[in-house]
Design a protein around this ligand. Structure first.
Ligand SMILES: [Cu+2]
Length: 477
């Protein structure tokens, strides 16, 4: 990271000088451990051991460079797993032990993170936090019990590799779904960046800036050349075949690196059944919005024969929407009908988890008040309470605690915040990634400290993460 020493200095100065915010934050920290700095004061709690049982499913994933063809006349070099983009769908039954041997055929180090799955800490895939990165030419085996059921995805957690194509869906099937459906499709929505991702250069407010607000606090969008559904540009859409009378489950994954998508299906209502893989009381909508790292499962009743577009618009970009097609058996030739404007969009407060999260009733044992903002100064940095990871204090918690994190977003752009290793309660939903709206948006999450280790808590906008918007949540005793 640039400006390491300067940064630490400025942070200390900030703590001394800007009483209000910092003191407020500390005061809100009930039961603050002695020394919230990364000193050696709290003794670290050992993580849960990784599973040693024989795997039910064993998979090999080789990360390597290759070429993709998102449309017939577009071809670029990408990084991917098993020569596929998105990577192979991994599908297991709830409770199964999954073993994945990663082989690194890239020229640089890599890891795999199992986004949303509360795995044991040593296999969480965060470089230099839970493991040494896997060097070029090396292998590393991730073994974990796949639970709870849900729609997840896996991706590299090194640098900007996710935006280079190192991602794929992970489906953990429930043994007893709370909704009925006849069959299902996985829909991976993504932003398409040919070539090597780069952090915006210093200043971060030059040409091409966008993101609502602009200026000092605005953001820059990577030079995306389109939006994808299952690796395909809109001129080359995938077709989902359906038969009248069927109920179809769509598992939507936002695998984008810097895009909030608004999703609609023309001619059909969607019944949202799962948020971030967790079952919710079914709620009918005509659209939903999701940030990088979020997932929604919906069930659609095929009662309106024809050819219809599945459409995902970038809310923060102006590329043509990512598209796929729902086509009834009976439909003739013809281009798909586009969806009507959204009139009944899903809101977080519509989400009610089917089963509640243990250990988060009543008052929290510990509360963190965290401010999300753009770093001061010239370099492109994003901060949590003025600190840019890795030059940032860990958030220390104790096993068994009910932990609350209150976030306030002092920037004009949204931050989809993701906690590794735990689900959290937000409103009446249980999720692992939540959008904190811009312009002083506030979101409070509660979780139960039931999975010891070091867990990254970060913005899932990959560029914000890479520019510092992360902290390690660390279990101490
Ligand atoms: Cu962010």
């Amino acid at each position: 990271m640039p400006h390491r020493s300067q940064h630490l200095l400025s942070r200390r100065n900030l703590l001394q000088l800007t009483g209000a915010t910092s003191l407020g934050a500390l005061a809100g920290c009930t039961g603050q451990l002695p020394g919230s700095d990364d000193g050696a004061r709290g003794r670290e709690v050992s993580p849960r051991a990784t599973v040693t049982a024989e795997p039910d499913t064993s998979v090999s994933l080789t990360a390597a460079s290759g070429s993709i063809r998102p449309s017939p006349d577009t071809s670029t070099t990408n990084w991917m797993y098993e020569g596929q983009f998105p990577g192979p769908e991994l599908r297991v039954q709830e409770g199964d032990v999954l073993s994945v041997e990663l082989t690194n055929d890239l020229q640089e180090e890599t890891t795999i993170h199992w986004h949303g799955v509360p795995v044991a800490n040593p296999v969480d895939g965060v470089p230099n936090v839970t493991q040494d990165p896997v060097a070029s030419g090396d292998t590393f085996t991730y073994t974990f019990r796949a639970e709870p059921a849900g729609t997840y995805f896996y991706h590299s957690h090194v640098g900007l590799q996710l935006d280079r194509g190192l991602l794929g869906p992970l489906i953990v099937e429930e043994r007893d779904p709370h909704v009925e459906y006849d069959h299902e499709y996985v829909v991976v929505v993504d932003d398409y960046l040919p070539g090597e991702p780069e952090l915006p250069s210093d200043g971060g407010m030059g040409g091409g800036g966008m993101g609502g607000g602009g200026g000092m606090m605005g953001d820059i969008r990577p030079p995306y050349e389109g939006l994808l559904i299952n690796g395909r540009l809109p001129e080359n859409p995938q077709t989902f075949d359906v038969t009248e009378g069927e109920r179809i489950r769509f598992r939507f994954v936002n695998a984008g690196s810097a895009t909030v998508f608004g999703v609609r299906i023309a001619g059909h209502e969607m019944t949202v059944t799962h948020a971030d893989g967790r079952p919710v009381e079914p709620v009918d909508v005509d659209s939903f919005v999701f940030g990088a790292g979020e997932r929604y499962d919906v069930v659609v009743e095929a009662t309106n024969p024809g050819t219809w577009a599945v459409q995902a618009d970038a809310l923060d970009g102006n590329e043509p929407p990512a598209s796929a097609v729902v086509e009834y058996e009976s439909a003739g030739e013809g281009s798909p009908q586009r969806p009507s404007p959204a009139s009944n969009q899903l809101r977080y407060r519509d989400l009610r988890a089917i089963s509640s999260l243990d250990g988060v009733n009543g008052d929290p044992d510990r509360t963190f008040d965290l401010t999300l903002s753009r770093g001061r100064g010239q370099s492109y940095t994003w901060t949590i309470d003025g600190q840019a990871y890795p030059d940032a204090d860990s958030l220390q918690i104790r096993p068994g605690e009910h932990v609350r994190i209150r976030m306030t977003n002092q920037s004009p752009v949204v931050h989809p915040m993701h906690l590794h290793g735990h689900f959290f309660q937000v409103g009446n939903a249980i999720k692992d990634t939540v959008i904190v709206p811009g312009h002083r948006g506030q979101v409070t999450i509660d979780f139960h400290a039931d999975n010891p280790g070091r867990w990254l808590f970060h913005c899932h906008n990959l560029y914000h993460l890479d520019a510092g918007m992360a902290r390690v949540v660390r279990y101490v005793e």
